[in-house]
Design a protein around this ligand. Structure first.
Ligand SMILES: Cc1ncc(COP(=O)(O)O)c(C=O)c1O
Length: 381
């Protein structure tokens, strides 16, 4: 028998895979995993067909130049922030790769990385794989998952190498404001702390709010890797196309990592997106598109025993079931998938230490008929 201890003994099949599998087996409406239940536009499909001819060899390691320029231009027109496409923009295979390369290029064994729970499931294992020490700060629903800046201040030590930011937030739908960025900046100012900012839901914010990107704050921007994804914005999660925006001194190190992970990403997809990105209408309508779905889903729970938690962004709605059941959220989500045929994600899995909260996360990036059928079933409980 060959001795082969796992490098990640704590890592198991993700809850997303488990719940999606269960949803398929049970023939349940799948509001668990975060992907759209509808296709991307015909126009984008046509662009891929067009660029699949003659653009089928390796792309440059950093991304095809017209694509990087297109990303820089879009960032400029959306945020009013100017980026150098050659030294600050890198194309990667999904935000997952951006997170992996950003964390690995800056975290050395023994370094601490602070993250707020509930936190996206990739952060902790990536930090551990780099030899780093994840430092979890739990947030809770009673104050809208707001960050206690004083507590963050107390958790920062001389070993703190980086802090993970995720706004709009998966799974809670919480968003950071410009005031949050100010409070955050005053804590990291004068330190060598870096920021890995996961902004994959940047174009999905509700009720007229503006996405507060760390790019908008010079104190934060100079120390940030901004990880983005086209999957959420253009309904193409299966393409695994993303990018990392970072100042040149960080981009240089980021690219050293990226070249050993994937080297480069799918060439025809890069050309297609380079063109598609040029039309702001392709992403500007996204917030209202998803706000309508959020409101449709939530409307079924008014007057029910479910408590609707605020969703300010992303395509997730959290519901508190404390009045309905004493079961753990994992047990309830499994039971609802089997009995009610509606799949969800238990929020406790996003915590290092599961909280008292009894909350399930539902993805409303689905066709309206699916949203209505699922909500109708759930609201009866
Ligand atoms: C918060 C967050 N970050 C990163 C990702 C991964 O993005 P990608 O599919 O582009 O790798 C997701 C996908 O669900 C996400 O929700």
């Amino acid at each position: 028998m060959i001795h082969f201890p796992s490098k990640q003994p704590q890592v198991q099949t993700t809850i997303f895979t488990k719940m999606s599998q269960l949803a398929t087996e049970e023939g349940a409406l799948n509001l668990s995993q975060g992907f759209p239940g509808f296709d991307c536009s015909e126009e984008l499909q046509e662009l891929v067909r067009f660029y699949a001819k003659g653009h089928n060899q390796y792309a440059p390691m950093t991304g095809v130049p017209v694509f990087r320029q297109s990303i820089a231009n879009k960032t400029n027109s959306f945020y009013g922030v100017s980026l150098n496409a050659d030294t600050e923009v890198t194309v990667v295979s999904g935000a997952t790769e951006a997170l992996f390369a950003a964390i690995h290029c800056c975290v050395s064994p023994g370094d601490e990385v602070i993250m707020f729970d509930p936190s996206y499931d990739a952060y902790d294992p990536i930090v551990r794989l780099a030899g780093g020490i994840p430092v979890h700060i739990p947030l809770n629903s009673s104050n809208g998952f707001c960050i206690d800046w004083e507590e963050l201040g107390r958790k920062i030590t001389p070993q703190t190498r980086a802090i993970m930011v995720n706004s709009p937030h998966n799974p809670t739908g919480a968003i950071w404001s410009m005031e949050d960025l100010d409070a955050f900046a005053s804590l990291v100012k004068g330190t060598n702390i870096l920021i890995v900012s996961d902004e994959v839901y940047e174009h999905i914010v509700f009720d007229g709010a503006q996405h507060a990107s760390v790019l908008l704050h010079p104190e934060l921007r100079q120390r940030s890797f901004v990880c983005g994804s086209f999957g959420k914005t253009y309904h193409i999660t299966g393409w695994k196309m993303g990018y990392c925006l970072a100042p040149p001194y960080l981009t240089q190190e980021f690219r050293k990592l990226h070249q050993w992970v994937t080297f480069s990403s799918a060439t025809p997809l890069q050309y297609a997106l380079a063109e598609y990105l040029k039309t702001p209408a392709h992403y500007l309508g996204l917030s209202s598109f998803y706000q309508q779905k959020r409101d449709l889903f939530a409307s079924y729970f008014e007057g029910s025993r479910w408590k609707i938690l605020p969703s300010h962004g992303s395509f997730f709605q959290c519901l508190d079931y404390a009045e309905i059941s004493n079961e753990s959220d994992v047990d309830l989500s499994v039971r609802l998938t089997k009995e009610l045929k509606v799949a969800s994600i238990p929020v406790s899995v996003f915590y290092e230490t599961p909280p008292e909260d009894r909350i399930l996360r539902f993805c409303f990036a689905k066709n309206d008929d699916v949203i209505m059928e699922a909500a109708q079933k759930l609201a009866q409980l």
